[in-house]
Write a protein that binds this ligand. Sequence first.
Ligand SMILES: Cc1cc2nc3c(=O)[nH]c(=O)nc-3n(C[C@H](O)[C@H](O)[C@H](O)COP(=O)(O)OP(=O)(O)OC[C@H]3O[C@@H](n4cnc5c(N)ncnc54)[C@H](O)[C@@H]3O)c2cc1C
Length: 455
Amino acid sequence: MADIAALATTLDGIELSTDRALLRQKSRDFYWYSPILKAQLDGKAAELFVRPRDEAEVLRILAAARTARVPVTVRGGGTGNYGQCVPMEGGIVLDMTAMTAPIGITDGVVEVEAGAKMIDLDLWARERGWELKLWPSTKRTATIGGFVAGGGAGVGGIHHGTMRERGNFCGARIATMTDPPCILDLEGIAANPVNRTYGTTGVLTRIRVPLTPAQDWRDVAIAFPDFVQASRFALEFSFADGIPKKMCGVFDSQLPPFFRGLADAVPAGHALALVMVAPGALLALRELAAEHGGSIVAMQSTVEAERDGDATPFYEYCWNHTTLQVLKKDRGVTYLQCRFPFEDTLAAVEAVRIPFRDEVWMHTECVRFGGRLTMSALPVIRWTNAERLAEIMATFEAQGIGIANPHVLTIEEGSNYRRVPGDQLGFKQRTDPLGLLNPGKMRDFTPVDVPGEAA
Ligand SMILES: Cc1cc2nc3c(=O)[nH]c(=O)nc-3n(C[C@H](O)[C@H](O)[C@H](O)COP(=O)(O)OP(=O)(O)OC[C@H]3O[C@@H](n4cnc5c(N)ncnc54)[C@H](O)[C@@H]3O)c2cc1C
């Protein structure tokens, strides 16, 4: 057992706490979406909370933790879904939310401290004529460091793909768990080993991501008599190169009644498409929607909704917010993450939607992977038990649908099509040979035998 009290005394001047209520709160994320993870993770907690203000403090914390052989789990906004920032072996929870400063924009690439909230970063960029290419639907609470280390898909994916696409993540500064800890500056593909590795390969202190010229996006809700019409519209909209767009989600008719701000606007039994589109393309959008039997039932400015505490930007009904909107009213559901084939996409969606219609409520998002567009999905699933969930996943896979299983803890088991290429394991052996960074999340890692040190 490490002496946490003794360790804390070496961190004089750094914000820290051993308050048990705070530790419990800062040791959780949204793993409870999964009844399987909930059973595994409830009750796990760190023993010391630390909140560094700068890289020097991060290095001091890592040095003290390394000396005492205490694990360190990094935390941003704590909105991850797979227990990614739950400290499996206690130790330190290292909260990055005091490191938020934008450093600057060079050639359309922003450099920022990793604890910046994505909403703040986007608004800061917007004042300078730019916006983020990609953000999660948790933009108002998630940090950029957490998005790089734990997320990587979401709004903007219809045009820019995911964070694993070459060019969407330019580089990072990281603090290592070496002896002594040090700062590495990683550029281009050299930064892949810290992309979506759940904070197991280094503490991101600064991030560099490309921006795109800002648009005054409009949120538009379009109701359709049925799901197939909505999906055909969505695919044609996604492929329409003349329409600048940021998002397109499709929801089967069971879901809109759970969307507080939209439920009254969507006729009963109708499917829904939610899109973000540039104002200059509204005419083209209206025409396309009408051709597919859709009617626009609500519209607002995305940025105004983001700034208004009472309004809901439509992306907060999309991506993994769909599941949350349902969970607010019905705790008996969970979800899946999947990617449909690039060819005959809608046929594959229908092949699983129809047979499971009573227990799988289909929700798809249009997104590009490697330059090809398809639908990914976060369907809401009526929870029965783990065996039934496994049967549903197996049926999806038999139809050629990829599953990134959100009911498992490790990068290797959960990532599937979301895994970033690169030698992440080899990199961890160099940056965290003792395995103290977020232990339990990189399945294939075993501590390296460092001469003169017991792991
Ligand atoms: C309602 C809801 C909707 C969501 N929608 C999306 C979505 O659209 N797209 C998406 O990709 N995800 C989504 N997520 C998951 C999550 O919100 C995102 O991945 C988000 O970007 C995580 O950011 P965070 O700051 O909350 O990270 P955290 O949850 O705090 O951390 C996530 C992981 O990153 C690590 N980490 C955090 N900061 C650092 C750092 N500075 N250095 C090293 N490691 C670090 C943590 O250890 C952890 O493993 C959703 C989750 C919820 C609950």
